[in-house]
Design a protein around this ligand. Structure first.
Ligand code: UDP
Ligand code: MG
Length: 328
């Protein structure tokens, strides 16, 4: 496929989508819209603000509808329930019309003032502009440590390199968005999917801010599940590890049969029940762990085989902006 890069002179004819998944974000919306409008207003491009409402139960959608009177570039895609951020992003990418799409969180932790720098990197030829977290002042130490360990572990275990310390905050060219939209899998670990697509990538560092208002939608269980999904969607090394663990334990057992002269032990020797208990629980634990790993992969096959859509759209409200193009 021949690559066509946008040319400097025709900037105004380019549409850029700012894609924002929102779930119960009423508290932050007005600040977000003001900031986005301020930043994008001074840039020589057309913009659409595509909000994907991921089944919000607060006033998010009403506020967005109301804001449409002032910000004509708003489009609202409402999902029928809370499908999770990964599905919301998938939906947004399918509805985005822009020549480039910038994916950004609603809570202003991903600072919109980085947008001009991202767009200029795209203009200079990058297909993906990846925003790498230089610092995460907005997150507590526990989450920072968790994220640090997780990113390193997943990039070690994954079959394709997944960049460390990068979240979803990024710009993608139309070519990249089209490529992502072609991937049919139901288990969507987006950071892995983006990495899998590849293309010319430029990395820009930024400082992750604190959430401007509202509360985080993540808890440690959700983060753990996401991590597990990420690992099992992009690598089958855990299966290999269980296999090699089995071989190693079997070899140890056979060796110890010879070394400890089984059968010659006299019956009146005292059995150490504590040791026995530890050994039994250890090996049962190990077996269940390996079964669990296997189960994760079987679960993935089960989800894929059902072939359900990734999300259901309950309503789609187009922008009032005359400049906006119809969906290609
Ligand atoms: N989000 C979503 N669906 C969810 C959870 C979160 O669309 O089920 C959105 C949320 O509204 C926000 C972004 O994903 O725009 C990041 O969420 P959050 O700030 O709660 O995550 P954190 O930054 O704490 O990891
Ligand atoms: Mg956040």
């Amino acid at each position: 496929m021949k690559k066509t890069k946008p040319c400097i002179n025709d900037a105004r004819s380019h549409l850029i989508t700012i894609l924002i998944p929102v779930f119960n974000e009423e508290a932050v919306l007005s600040k977000l819209l003001q900031t986005l409008d301020q930043v994008t207003g001074s840039m020589p491009y057309k913009f659409e603000f595509l909000f994907v409402d991921d089944g919000s139960r607060d006033n998010t959608v009403n506020k967005l509808r109301f804001a449409k009177n002032r910000f004509k570039q708003i489009r609202i895609l409402s999902l029928s329930r809370n499908f999770g951020k990964e599905a919301a992003v998938t939906a947004g990418l399918q509805y985005a019309k822009g020549d480039a799409v910038i994916l950004i969180d609603a809570d202003l932790q991903d600072p919109p003032h980085c947008i001009p720098e991202m767009v200029s990197a795209w203009k200079q030829g990058a297909d993906v502009v990846l925003m790498k977290r230089r610092s995460r002042h907005g997150d507590g130490w526990a989450k920072r440590t968790y994220a640090y360990l997780f990113y390193r572990f997943i990039s070690y275990i994954s079959d394709i390199p997944i960049p460390t310390d990068t979240g979803d905050f990024r710009l993608m060219s139309r070519q990249v968005v089209d490529a992502v939209n072609q991937l049919p899998e139901r288990n969507r670990y987006m950071k892995g999917i983006f990495a899998w697509v590849g293309m010319d990538t430029k990395i820009i560092e930024f400082d992750r801010e604190q959430r401007a208002a509202g509360i985080t939608k993540w808890n440690y269980l959700k983060l753990f599940t996401l991590a597990l999904d990420g690992i099992t969607s992009f690598s089958y090394k855990p299966l290999r590890i269980s296999f090699f663990l089995g071989i190693a334990l079997l070899a140890t057992s056979i060796l110890s049969m010879f070394v400890s002269n089984i059968g010659t032990t006299s019956t009146h020797e005292v059995i150490d029940y504590n040791l026995l208990f530890c050994l039994i629980t250890f090996f049962f634990g190990l077996q269940f762990l390996c079964l669990g790993v296997l189960g994760e992969y079987i679960g993935k096959i089960y989800t894929e085989s059902k072939q359900r859509p990734l999300f259901i759209v309950s309503e789609f409200i187009e922008s009032h902006d005359d400049n906006s193009r119809s969906k290609q």
